[in-house]
Structure formats: structure tokens, C-alpha cells
Design a protein around this ligand. Structure first.
Ligand SMILES: Cc1cc2nc3c(=O)[nH]c(=O)nc-3n(C[C@H](O)[C@H](O)[C@H](O)COP(=O)(O)O)c2cc1C
Length: 186
């Protein structure tokens, strides 16, 4: 079973990508196959609501989303990490979310997959819970099975994440929930 980590940060090697690497390392230790979508290395333009995907798996925008559709579809679970930008997800991650409507309109292809969320801010109380709520909304609207961190909503961390012990615990607990829930489907 495959768990894909999605980083919504534009920064290569930044806090979100380091957290996804940590999360996937944990998943691999438990025997899961893993995949990665790092938005920093991909071009994903915003949805234009052209309606093409209402008539089949057609998107009028030619960018890296084609490969992302494939990765999303072939994954069993997601750990999505976003930087907090003005109290919400990054525009780059929101573009990916919006473009994924193609998979919803063509058979609810993400339905039943497991999802957990992480938000990383520059401030301790910078809007991480709202950001996680936005990620959860994406998951719920696709019909995914959404999990938190066994205490609250998911991974809530402040940069630099590597020394945020309290935040790292919520991230690890979220990964445990994603892996544990997925194991029940085996
Ligand atoms: C445009 C912008 C808006 C931001 N807004 C917030 C915010 O509302 N709350 C917060 O805690 N941090 C905010 N930050 C800080 C980022 O969340 C932080 O730099 C990011 O989590 C770092 O992750 P990265 O290293 O993976 O890019 C903002 C940063 C930028 C560039």
C-alpha cells in the first residue's frame, strides 16, 4: 500500500519538505511503499473552471498536473503538509487541490483513501488549525477517510521544525494514525 507525501511549500529543502521526508521515513519503516509530490519542483497553474474535465479526463492546462493525477490515483493514503500563508494553505497547494477536481468529476477516484494533514507556520499560533481545516476540506470533498493526531487535528508545527519537539510529536502521531488506519484496510 502506498502513502504519498505532499509538500505545499515553494521552498526546496524547507520545513515542509523535511517534515514529509520524516513522515515517509516512518511509513517506509512500517513497510509501506511511498511517493512524493513536492510542489517546489513542479509547475501547477490554478484551475480556470473551463469545464473540460466535466466531459472526460481532459484538462485544458498543460503542466505537471498530468503526472500528479497519476500519483494521486495510485496512492492509498496522503500526508499533506502546507506552510501557513496568511492563515491558510499556500496558493501553490490550493492550485493542486482545485485542479484535482478532474479526479472527482471522473468517478470520485480519491474516494476512500486515507488522509492526514500538517501545517507549519512561522508563529506558534499563526493559523495552523485553519490551514489544516482547509486541507481536511479537500480530503472530505473527495470522500477520503480523514484522520488527526489522536489528540486533535493533525501535525501543528512552527519553524524551524527540526527543533520543535512539541510540533514533531503531533506530526509523528498523525503519521501513526495514517499508517494505522491504512493497515486496517489490508
Ligand atoms: C506570504 C507569507 C505569509 C505567511 N503567513 C503566515 C501566517 O499567517 N502565519 C504563520 O505562522 N506564518 C506565516 N508565514 C510563515 C510561513 O508559514 C513559514 O515561513 C513556512 O511555514 C516555512 O515553511 P517552508 O520552509 O517549508 O517554506 C508566512 C510566510 C509567507 C511567505
Amino acid at each position: 500500500m502506498k502513502i504519498t507525501g505532499i509538500s505545499g511549500s515553494p521552498n526546496i529543502g524547507g520545513n515542509n519538505e523535511r517534515i514529509i521526508d520524516l513522515a515517509l521515513g516512518m511509513a517506509e519503516e512500517k513497510g509501506f511503499e511511498t511517493g512524493k509530490i513536492f510542489i517546489s519542483q513542479l509547475e501547477v497553474s490554478p484551475c480556470t473552471d473551463c469545464g473540460a474535465c466535466r466531459n472526460g479526463r481532459e484538462c485544458s492546462i498543460d503542466d505537471d498536473m498530468a503526472g500528479i493525477y497519476e500519483t494521486l490515483e495510485t496512492s492509498d493514503a496522503f500526508i499533506v503538509s502546507s506552510p501557513v500563508f496568511f492563515g491558510c494553505v499556500s496558493a501553490q497547494l490550493k492550485a493542486l487541490f482545485d485542479r484535482s477536481v478532474l479526479l472527482r468529476r471522473n468517478g470520485f477516484l480519491l474516494k476512500g483513501k486515507v488522509g492526514g494533514a500538517v501545517a507549519i507556520g512561522g508563529s506558534r499560533n499563526g493559523g495552523q488549525e485553519f490551514t489544516i481545516h482547509a486541507i481536511h476540506s479537500w480530503m472530505h470533498i473527495h470522500g477520503m477517510v480523514v484522520v488527526g493526531d489522536m489528540a486533535h487535528f493533525g501535525g501543528i508545527a512552527v519553524k524551524p521544525v527540526d527543533s520543535d519537539e512539541e510540533g514533531l510529536k503531533t506530526v509523528r502521531d498523525t503519521v501513526e494514525m495514517v499508517c494505522g488506519t491504512l493497515s486496517r484496510f489490508k
